[in-house]
Design a protein around this ligand. Structure first.
Ligand code: C5J
Length: 230
C-alpha cells in the first residue's frame, strides 16, 4: 500500500488498483479562442496545472498504471446537446459555433483536443463526455470496474465544475479520490479553493486533497522500498 500526505488524513491506496484521471485538459478550456474564453474567462489561469500534471503523468506511465483522459464535447450534429446547455449564459460564441480553433466543444475540432503538453499516449483511455461529470453518459464506471480500479488520483479543469462533478459521482459509486490541488485549476481562484475545501471537509465527505509533490514523494519512497526490501 502507498500512503500519501493529504487532507483530511493520509490517502492510502493499492498500486494495483489505482488510475490517474486527467479531466478536460482541452484547448477549448486552456487556450485563447476556445469555449472558456467565449464565456469571458481569463484562460491563462488554468495553465499552472499543466507542469505538475505532466510530472504525475510521467510517474504513472513509468509504472504502467492506468491513465484516463476525458474530453467534454458533443457530436458534430449536436444531437447530444441539450438546449438547456446550449442556451445558457451570454457567451460570444455558443457550443457548436465556429471559432478560431473550429467549432466550440465539438468532437473532431482542434479546440476539443487535449493540450499538446498532456497529449494522451496510444494505450491510454480517452473518454468523450457530453456533460460535466465524467460518469454521466459514458462507460467510465465499466472501464474502472473491468480493471479493478478502486482509487483515483484526480487532475484537471475546472476544479469546481467538471472535476467537482466527477469526484462527487465517483464518491457515490464507492471510488476513493485524491484530488491534487496544484494539478487542478479554475478561472476563479476562490472557487478553486472552495471546491478543494469542500472535498476534504467533514472528514473527507467527498474525498482527499493533496499535492503532486506529496504524491510523487510517496511513489518514490515506495519504489525505494520495493527495490530494497528489508
Ligand atoms: C466547464 C469543465 N467548466 N471541464 N467544463 O464548463 O470544467
Amino acid at each position: 500500500m502507498i500512503k500519501v500526505q493529504a487532507e483530511p488524513h493520509p490517502f492510502v491506496f493499492d498500486p494495483g488498483h489505482v488510475a490517474l484521471l486527467c479531466i478536460d485538459f482541452q484547448r477549448d478550456f486552456l487556450e485563447a479562442g476556445g469555449f472558456g474564453e467565449s464565456l469571458g474567462n481569463d484562460v491563462s489561469r488554468l495553465r499552472s496545472a499543466i507542469a505538475p500534471t505532466q510530472a504525475v503523468l510521467s510517474a504513472f506511465r513509468e509504472r504502467g498504471w492506468t491513465v484516463i483522459h476525458t474530453r467534454e464535447g458533443h457530436r458534430p450534429d449536436l444531437t447530444d446537446l441539450f438546449p438547456a446547455k446550449r442556451d445558457r449564459g451570454n457567451p460570444s460564441l455558443r457550443i457548436g459555433e465556429e471559432g478560431p480553433m473550429g467549432r466550440l466543444l465539438v468532437r473532431g475540432s482542434a479546440g476539443h483536443e487535449i493540450v499538446p503538453e498532456l497529449a494522451p499516449q496510444p494505450a491510454e483511455v480517452v473518454l468523450d463526455k457530453p456533460g460535466k461529470g465524467s460518469f454521466y453518459a459514458t462507460d467510465l464506471e465499466t472501464i474502472l470496474r473491468a480493471r479493478g480500479i478502486t482509487s483515483l488520483v484526480v487532475t484537471g479543469v475546472t476544479t469546481e465544475v467538471c472535476v467537482q462533478s466527477t469526484v462527487r459521482e465517483a464518491n457515490d459509486r464507492g471510488f476513493e479520490s485524491l484530488v491534487l490541488s496544484d494539478c487542478t485549476g479554475s478561472y476563479f481562484p476562490e472557487f478553486h479553493a472552495a471546491a478543494l475545501a469542500m472535498f476534504a471537509a467533514q472528514g473527507g465527505i467527498v474525498g482527499w486533497v493533496g499535492t503532486s509533490a506529496d504524491l510523487l514523494d510517496a511513489l518514490e519512497q515506495s519504489s525505494v522500498r520495493t527495490e530494497n526490501p528489508e
